[in-house]
Design a protein around this ligand. Structure first.
Ligand SMILES: Cc1ncc(COP(=O)(O)O)c(C=O)c1O
Length: 482
């Protein structure tokens, strides 16, 4: 084992004229440890080195070190050397203090949900798929195969792992996007980085989004300094297209961001008529469209909806990700764009990350190449359909009058709309006491929320637990409404 490098170390003596003593060494080390100049874990020069540096006898240096070890400030580690003891941190050593507050001033943190929740708390609103439904074994098999076949790659490619881009392009062509080639596909760290890259690249900083919308998109565009225009989406009545037209005509955005299937957080899916009208508006008013298609792979087995990208061709930028379907921690997503945009998008991604983790991308490529993904999606869709039906049954049974919910037809989540009289913050707090979490949806809206409720995730919560949690929600709502 290579030894840790030792710190360079100058012994201070009160009288430079006289010879250094063991006490001088002790005093200097004590002083340096206390002041933080010698942090815990630093290796001190070996006795032999210090003895030569100071022109002292071996015994003098050794006795100083012995004394410091006895005081608990230093510790000897066999065959490694002598170190400032970690225990010294807990004694009377003061670490150099940073002025409060630090000179670095942070912008206010955007109110984005952390995506994780404390242990033992059940999240009713999580957008993830139940880990039990994820193909862990097959993913592990693919991870081993990647390492076995290729070993570790030395370089990264800002465009993303070539074989994965090839397979994604092939799959999209099979779904009707005939023009997509590997060169049009940019791999990203989840869809989030795809949105980030778009936000960084857009020349005119004006974006239109649905309201409510996935808050991570809204907050991201705002953090890039874009003017964000919200377009009201009513999941019970559909998209008020004339209202959208008026707002889009007035705001003149450069980009419309739309989640067309199982919209987050409402579960709404655009009708074909709405997709066509959006494209017609885009052409007439001259804005680009970014379609976030997190949902179409989770479509109910019996359903088909065209994607905007299919109807609008290369005018539509297309975003998708494996996060919610395969394994969240892989963080692999992608952006499909016209070839003229690729250099600018690559430059933005390079600035942001240089390149992404090759290993995750190679695992996904292997998973797709073995045709595991299709088998997995089929069983996922079947399970989501069954869970959706079961969730509807539970809601019909447990919810008091006046509570409504959207009917996504399948997919991962729906929206539960409660009467305005219910204080949502209070409901959240009461549920939190019972270790159930529902997400605060305020940051999903631009302006005053026109909906009053929260997302329910049957994809994440298994039916028996969902049933218990929704029974609790029902009880609390009855209480609030009585
Ligand atoms: C609609 C939508 N788009 C994008 C994202 C970001 O997902 P990813 O994990 O792929 O970055 C989310 C995450 O919840 C989402 O709901």
């Amino acid at each position: 084992m290579a030894r840790a490098p030792y710190v360079s170390f100058r012994v201070r003596a009160p009288d430079p004229g006289r010879r250094t003593t063991a006490q001088d060494i002790v005093d200097t080390v004590v002083d340096d440890v206390r002041s933080g100049r010698l942090p815990a874990g630093s290796r001190l020069p070996p006795v032999r080195v210090l003895e030569q540096q100071l022109g002292l006898s071996k015994n003098t240096v050794q006795s100083a070190y012995d004394e410091l070890v006895a005081r608990g400030l230093l510790e000897g580690r066999e065959r490694e050397g002598i170190f400032v003891a970690y225990a010294s941190i807990d004694t009377d050593v003061s670490v150099p203090r940073v002025a409060e507050p630090p000179a670095f001033r942070a912008r206010p943190a955007p109110p984005l949900h952390a995506g994780s929740f404390p242990h033992g708390v059940m999240s009713l609103s999580a957008v993830f798929v139940d880990p039990e439904l994820l193909p862990r074994e097959r993913l592990s098999e693919c991870a081993r195969a990647v390492l076995h076949a290729r070993g570790l790659e030395t370089f990264y490619d800002v465009h993303g792992y070539g074989p994965l881009r090839e397979i994604i392009a092939e799959r999209l062509r099979a779904r009707g996007m005939r023009d997509v080639r590997a060169a049009n596909v940019l791999l990203t760290t989840g869809s989030q980085q795809a949105l980030d890259v778009l936000g960084r690249t857009l020349a005119e900083p004006r974006v239109a989004i649905e309201s409510p919308v996935y808050p991570g998109a809204k907050l991201l565009f705002e953090s890039h300094g874009h003017v964000v225009t919200g377009l009201r989406l009513d999941p019970f009545a559909g998209i008020p297209l004339d209202e959208w037209e008026a707002r889009l005509s007035a705001a003149r955005p450069a980009l419309l961001y739309a989640v067309t299937s199982y919209q987050n957080p409402t579960g709404y899916s655009y009708t074909s008529h709405e997709l066509e009208r959006v494209l017609e508006l885009a052409e007439r008013l001259g804005f680009a469209v970014a379609e976030d298609d997190w949902g179409s792979d989770m479509l109910s087995g019996s359903e088909y909806r065209p994607m905007l990208r299919l109807l609008g061709g290369a005018h539509v930028l297309y975003v998708n990700s494996f996060t919610k379907k395969l394994l969240p921690s892989l963080r692999v997503g992608f952006l499909v764009a016209h070839e003229s945009l690729i250099p600018a998008l690559l430059a933005a991604k390079r600035l942001s990350t240089l390149g992404n983790a090759w290993f995750s991308e190679a695992i996904v490529a292997e998973f797709l190449a073995r045709a595991y993904y299709d088998t997995h999606l089929q069983s996922l869709q079947r399970e989501l359909d069954a869970r959706y039906q079961s969730c509807l049954g539970i809601l019909r049974e447990q919810m008091p009058e006046g509570v409504r919910w959207t009917l996504p037809g399948g997919g991962p989540t729906l929206w539960l709309e409660v009467p305005r009289r219910v204080n949502l913050a209070r409901l959240r707090a009461d549920l939190a006491e019972r270790r159930i979490e529902i997400e605060a949806a305020e940051s999903a809206f631009t302006g005053e929320p026109h909906l009053h409720g929260f997302r329910v995730s049957y994809a994440f919560v298994p039916p028996d637990r969902l049933s218990r949690a929704l029974a609790t929600v029902g009880d609390l709502l009855r209480e609030a409404l009585s």
